[in-house]
Ligand binder design. Sequence first.
Ligand SMILES: [Zn+2]
Length: 191
Amino acid sequence: MLKFIDIMRFPGQFSKRETLIPNINIELAQVEDSPDKLSLGSISTSSTQYAQKIEVDKIKGKLELQSPIKVQCSCQSFQYEFAGPLLKVDGLLEREYFEYAIRMHKPKKKNPNQVLGVCKHLVRFSRLIWSRKTLPNYGLVQNVMLQRNFMMLSQQISMNKFNPRDPYQRMDRQELLRKQREQKRLAALIK
Ligand SMILES: [Zn+2]
């Protein structure tokens, strides 16, 4: 089980990334708050935009450091380094869309010890949530553009190349090239 406190800092192996945190601008884009569950979405608005999602099981109606959570980010660090270890502890949101990335891109290469952690965006986002937890709606600024961007970005996770249901997307680039060569060869034989 992944807990809220687990994503507020980097694991030792990735501790140098702490220096990147001040440069990350995160904006809350979505809050769904019920007595048991809290669902939060954000976008990181630095050079490239990425969408983050955190779902929290509240403890006695409150967000606590020990609250169980599931997370997701659309950045590549999340997909290649952390999605695999997160899947193992059931801390991954919309896991079906990451299974391809986990299988084909070998998070073991990027994160050989399979250390449990999250990308810099989620570290920054969790700290923002924690610092604003006493504010109504977590200090959400109603910003239609931001919400639209968030929806667009988070949809990319289910629509992008990691969609395991698309046969072309399931192929590794090498495999795609091999198939193209084979088709050319067959086409030449038919002539
Ligand atoms: Zn990220």
